[in-house]
Structures are given as C-alpha cells and as structure tokens.
Design a protein around this ligand. Structure first.
Ligand code: C2O
Length: 444
C-alpha cells in the first residue's frame, strides 16, 4: 500500500467551496441534554438470548438495504419525548455523557480501549430500540464502508427524511476525503491497520488506537455539523452508520490471522445502556465477542494488505532525534515497497487535527495526520490534559528512508493554531519527559 499525497491536491479546491457552504444553520440542535442517564438503581445484567438468528449488517450502498423500514424507525425514535430513554435526544445524551462532554460526567470511553466495546454495545441497544419501534427485530443498521474507494460520499439516503441532519458540512455527493483543517486523511490506510497488534489498532487502558484517531475521527470532522463534536454526534443518524463501519473494522481485525482480543481486564469491562424496554442494563465486553452473540455479523470484511516482512525499531534521543538504525536494518529499507511508521504512547493535548512529520535538513516531511474529535462546539475544550494515542501511518518508502537519516526529528503540530506543541519523545532510558514510548517502521 503506498500513499500518494499528491493525488489529493485537487481536492483542496472543492474543500474551500464546501467550507463556504458549511456554516451551521441557526436551526441546529442546541446541544446535548447533558444529564447523567443512569437511573438511581443498579443496572440489570444483560443476558444473551439463548437462541437468536444471526442477521448481517450490510453496506448502505447495497441496493438490497431496506430504507423504508429504517426511516420509519428513526421517525418513530425522533417522535418520542426527550424524557424517553429510547428517544433520539436521549441517545445523543447517552453518548455525550460517556464522552465526558457534560459537567459532572468525568467518564470518557474515547481515547482508551473502551472505544470499540462501548460503541459496539451502544449500536446493539440502539438497533434493538429501532427494531422494536417498527415491530421488527430483524432490523439491522447499515454500514458506511468508507474503506472502499468507491464509497467515500455519505450514503445519499442519509440526506432524506428522518435520516437527514441539516447541520452537516459535507454536501450530498461530496467526497468525505477532503481537506479538513488543512489536512486530509487517506482512507486507503484502513486496510493497512488490520494486521496490527491490538494496542496499536484499538488502544490500551490508557491510549486510543489507530482507527479511533485516524479514519474514525476524520470522518466525524469531515462530515461536520453535529457529527463534528462528540456531544452532538449521536444526534445525527449517520453516526450509527459510521460507527457500524468502525465496528466492522474491529470485526475484520478479529477475523484476521487468529487475532484475539486482549485478556483480563479487557473482557470484564462493563457498560450500561437502556434497552428497547427502557430497562437499564449492563453488558460486558465478553458478552459481545464474537459479535454473533449479539445476533449480528457483517457480510464482508476489510481485506488487509501484504504481510509485513520486517519491523525496524527506531530509537529517539532526548532531543527527539532519531538514532539511525544499524547498517543491516538500513539495508532492509533499500527494497521496501510499502512502509508504515508506528507510534506508541504519543501524547496530545486538547482535540482537533495534529500533523506528525519528520524534520530533516531544515525541511519537514509529512508522516500523517491525527484527528481527535472535539468534545463540544459550545464550550472551551474541557479536556486540556494530555491524552495518549497509538497510531500508524502509511508512508512512502523514501520517507521511511528519511526517518533513518542522522539528525531526523519527529515533530507533532496542532493544525489550525499558531501554537506548536511538540510532545516528544524518548524510548530507551526515558524519564519524566517521555511523550512517545515507541517508534518503529514496519516494511513490506
Ligand atoms: Cu463516541 Cu465516533 O464517537
């Protein structure tokens, strides 16, 4: 997989036009309700039904998808009073609360390994509520397979009827792969992430992973409007179609090369939701692996690229410079076709777009872009404490070779702000200032 950034230069012009169209109308939703959804009582543990038919979620671009049923379900959900935990407003609030976007919350299931599991369960209960509202528990959400280069517009049905959200920046027919805050994310990268170890792909107890901070965050901010902020995102029905594909990324990872999800304490992580009968339920990660326990699967998986043949660790000194690898390792870089740079324990402050680049001989070379979805459009970002991410970027072979040159330095810059926050780096012998715990190249 090679990344050709130059192919995206042409998109810059359309992005400018879109930005002009992308002002938020005054009719935009005021914001999340921002109350603690938990009732005073302890949740009732979810019990996996004994027999259930597994029904596939299919692509929103598959002509077989039943849009009438989905639109009727969302129309019914939107018609419920806000006080009903099944209502669209309550679903949005549920997400806002667990994003720590609300005063008093303090729980953020983002930017940690809770990201995949919490959203898998959120979609499951959301799907059951939708099904119950149209008396059809065979209803399944569609997925927006933005990993497919032919499907990079927002599924057009989501601009109609109860699926529409008038606040979006992304216009009907416009590619999601556009410039956002000066950078776009190459969605072709997604295939390259499937072979990763879980800590890189899905994060750890303290760090978010590559899918969350790459394609996931990018699609949020590129769609814009309610979707551009975590506290309003789940008020837009496309949220659930987008997250269905995020979940399909995890599903594809689980299916690949006998990957297994992390051991304890991961399977015991427990989340709470309202079910279709308005009962407050708890569900564990172990209850959602494999997903057939939740009576659904995906009709397709994301095909990963060629296997990695070599991992080359890179060491950084206290001045953030990369120590050149030993000659045998450099030799491995000579015939590289595809390369990824993997960064673990990278710390960023606040949210938005962050560019990572390698600085060499007075010139900066782009490595990749990190998207941390902002919490709220209403307030000053409340989360200025550093958050940790593990990310991978596909880079051209010549950039990989540059990374191994004497004197190369890795720099992280927040885009759209004059403020440059290099948060760097140390591996061996790291002490208090460590900001990246590991850096390596994987080459194919
Ligand atoms: Cu909970 Cu896509 O965010």
């Amino acid at each position: 997989m090679s990344t050709n950034r130059r192919t995206f230069i042409g998109l810059g012009a359309t992005a400018g036009a879109a930005a002009a169209l992308g002002t938020v109308p005054l009719t935009a939703r005021a914001g999340p309700t921002c109350t603690n959804p938990a009732p005073g009582t302890a949740p009732i543990p979810w019990v996996t039904p004994g027999y259930q038919k597994v029904i596939n979620r299919i692509s929103a671009f598959n002509p077989a998808y039943d849009w009438t049923r989905l639109k009727n379900a969302y129309a019914a959900m939107k018609a419920l009073p806000n006080s009903d935990p099944r209502s669209m407003e309550a679903q949005q609030n549920m997400h806002a609360w667990y994003c720590a976007s609300c005063p008093g919350s303090g729980t953020d299931i983002h930017q940690h390994w809770t990201f995949f599991g919490w959203h898998r369960a959120f979609l499951y209960f959301h799907e059951r509520i939708l099904g119950s509202l149209v008396n059809d528990m065979t209803l399944r959400l569609p997925y927006w397979d933005w990993d497919n280069s032919a499907r990079r517009v927002l599924p057009p049905q989501y601009y109609t009827g109860s699926l529409n959200d008038a606040t979006r920046d992304l216009a009907n027919g416009q590619s999601v792969e556009r410039m956002v805050n000066g950078w776009e994310y190459d969605l072709n990268l997604v295939r390259g992430l499937i072979p990763q170890a879980f800590n890189l792909f899905g994060g750890t107890a303290t760090a978010g992973g590559s899918i969350e901070n790459g394609a996931h965050g990018f699609v949020h901010v590129s769609t814009g409007g309610d979707m551009g902020y975590l506290d309003t995102a789940a008020g837009d029905p496309i949220f659930f179609c987008h997250h269905s594909n995020v979940d399909r990324c995890w599903y594809s990872w689980e299916k690949y090369d006998s990957h297994t999800d992390p051991g304890s304490p991961f399977p015991g992580l427990t989340f709470s939701f309202f079910d279709e009968a308005k009962k407050w339920r708890s569900i564990t990660v172990a209850q959602m692996i494999p997903i057939t326990k939740l009576a659904y699967a995906y009709d397709t998986v994301i095909a990963p690229p060629l296997r990695v043949f070599k991992y080359i660790p890179l060491l950084l000194d206290e001045k953030l410079r990369i120590k050149p690898p030993e000659p045998p390792e450099r030799k491995n870089l000579e015939n590289v076709q595809e390369a990824n740079v993997e960064l673990t324990g990278l710390q960023v402050t606040g949210s938005g777009t962050f560019e990572v680049r390698v600085q060499s001989g007075g010139k900066g070379h782009h490595l990749g872009t990190l998207f941390v979805t902002p919490h709220s459009r209403n307030a000053v970002e409340a989360h200025e404490t550093a958050r940790e991410a593990n990310v991978t970027f596909a880079i051209p072979p010549d950039t990989a070779r540059l990374l191994t040159q004497p004197g190369s330095t890795v720099v992280i810059q927040r885009v759209g702000s004059a403020e440059i926050k290099p948060r760097l780096l140390q591996t061996a012998g790291a002490t208090t200032q460590a900001r990246i715990s590991g850096l390596r190249l994987s080459v194919r």
